[in-house]
Design a protein around this ligand. Structure first.
Ligand code: ADP
Ligand code: ASP
Ligand code: MG
Length: 469
């Protein structure tokens, strides 16, 4: 693999402490010593982003600000400990950067407390501090081990985004900026880029959504025309299901861009849902690998579906969803009802994840994120008042399951097999939807049935076995 260009992203567990950051350093050094160029994107240390989010909410809502100081101290201890254990000679350089970040963070927390308000903009700025601190630490460990390295925040790296705080998307202009900023560095060093963040054209900091460092990796990887993008995490690759749920889930050798998009969209935590698109546009191979087992080949994500004889490849489920049922005979044969429904939801930026319409047209069911349920009800109430629909009911005790596999396109009987197996297990299916891409059949069951539904289908298609079914 000599002479290639890699973008490597290391997730929170891979950079959680001195031991894991030393593993990361070995991986990067050996890749570089084989004559390759490497750019690195890092996440916050495991758990730090969650802590930042909860402290911001806590101090905005309380008259007590005593939690700020111990939190800042805990961040200092955690990050300095890594420097002491793995980058002793770099402390002189790195410590002032850490202290200045901590001072800045403390001031912002105090401002949030004084105002008793955390706006989307200030929240976004606050939650980037996990990445900010960690990039300084990782880059210092690299230098300690003889790898020349500097630190860039998402904005300095060239990621320009929309202004949707908390869910910002990369703008096309990012590509040339990334080239301009990163490419000149690669022959001489390993830039460590803070994941999860970018900025608007006006320079306001934004974040790319939870788990957004995967998306950063893909944006930067595409920007620098990387030969491959490697997503380093704490499992051997993309598996047939969440290994925390299915103990005999198996690592997949290869999956297609579309399959991963469907899996991540429906909750598979292993990748951020938007992280495939930039790589896909440039046809860049993405590999998911285990920092703690680097010898394992991991999973390749490629354009072609590599039609193995397996029809179903993986199953995922998402718990925090709500079903909206829209009923009313008024809808029958009346053009434009669906348009009114979707426009009302779109105006309030409510994302519809699944749609199903009864053949009688008297019912439309939608799946949305649970935290948008109340907003959706409000958005749709005017349609009831105007007599366009009769009633709107919302059920939050549901979950959506997605069965994914490129081979399902055109394979007869897969749906039958899925729903027969669920029926045999006594699981009641409330709604079914087949994605237009045909690599996914998704359905909705009562929340308590979700994990069992995944298990039943995993067994039905014998996904834990190496051989084909
Ligand atoms: P990172 O911090 O490296 O970004 P994440 O915790 O975001 O890691 O994602 C990795 C985790 O995703 C794994 O530890 C695993 O528990 C979970 N996961 C869920 N679904 C899958 C799947 N289909 N394949 C692999 N891992 C999965
Ligand atoms: N640190 C961010 C999060 O926890 C981004 C990431 O880890 O990818 O969501
Ligand atoms: Mg992640």
């Amino acid at each position: 693999m000599a002479g290639m260009r890699f973008l490597m992203k290391f997730g929170g567990t891979s950079v959680a402490d001195a031991g894991s950051i030393s593993r990361v350093t070995d991986i990067v050094r050996s890749c570089r010593e084989s004559g390759n160029e490497v750019a690195v994107v890092v996440s916050a240390q495991r758990g730090v982003t969650d802590q930042l989010i909860s402290l911001a909410a806590e101090i905005a809502g309380s008259s007590d600000d005593r939690a700020i100081e111990p939190f800042i101290t805990s961040l200092r201890v955690r990050h300095m400990k890594v420097l002491e254990e793995a980058a002793r000679d770099q402390i002189r350089n790195a410590k002032p950067a850490i202290e200045s970040l901590l001072k800045n963070l403390e001031n912002i927390f105090s401002a949030v407390h004084n105002l008793r308000e955390v706006t989307p903009r200030s929240q976004d700025y606050i939650i980037t501090f996990g990445e900010r601190l960690n990039a300084v630490v990782v880059s210092a460990v690299f230098r300690q081990n003889g790898i020349p390295s500097s630190v860039l925040d998402g904005c300095e790296a060239g990621i320009l985004t929309t202004s949707q705080h908390g869910e910002a998307m990369a703008l096309p202009e990012s590509e040339s900026k990334i080239q301009e900023r990163i490419l000149p560095l690669l022959p001489c060093e390993v830039p460590v880029i803070m994941g999860f963040m970018g900025c608007t054209k006006e320079g306001i900091v934004t974040t790319l959504g939870r788990s957004g460092s995967d998306y950063s990796a893909s944006i930067i990887g595409a920007g620098i025309d990387a030969d491959e993008i490697w997503i380093w995490t704490d499992v051997d690759g993309i598996m047939t299901s969440d290994p925390r749920l299915i103990d005999d889930a198996r690592v997949l050798d290869s999956v297609s861009y579309l399959e991963v998009m469907e899996l991540s969209y429906f909750g598979a935590k292993v990748m951020h849902p938007r992280s495939i698109e930039p790589a896909m546009k440039k046809n860049i191979l993405v590999r998911v690998k285990n920092t703690f087992n680097p010898g394992h080949p991991g999973t390749c994500i490629v354009r072609d579906e590599r039609h193995d004889s397996r029809v179903v490849k993986a199953i995922t489920y998402i718990e925090n969803v709500a079903a909206i049922n829209i009923n009313g005979a008024q809808m029958i044969g009346r053009p434009g009802v669906a348009k009114s429904i979707f426009s009302a939801l779109a105006e309030d930026e409510i994302n519809v994840m699944m749609i199903s319409q009864g053949s009688s047209e008297a019912n439309i069911s939608l799946i949305i994120e649970e935290n948008q349920a109340a907003m959706a009800k409000e958005a749709l109430t005017p349609l009831v008042n105007q007599g366009i629909v009769r009633e709107v009911t919302i059920d939050c005790k549901v979950c959506a399951v997605a069965v994914v596999g490129a081979g399902m396109a055109g394979a007869r009987g897969t749906g039958g097999r899925i729903f027969t197996a669920l029926g045999r297990a006594g699981i009641n299916v409330r709604m079914i939807s087949q994605g237009s891409s045909e690599v996914n059949i998704s359905f909705v069951v009562g929340q308590p049935d979700g994990p069992r539904a995944v298990r039943v289908i995993h067994d039905e298609f014998r996904l834990s076995e190496e051989c084909d079914d």
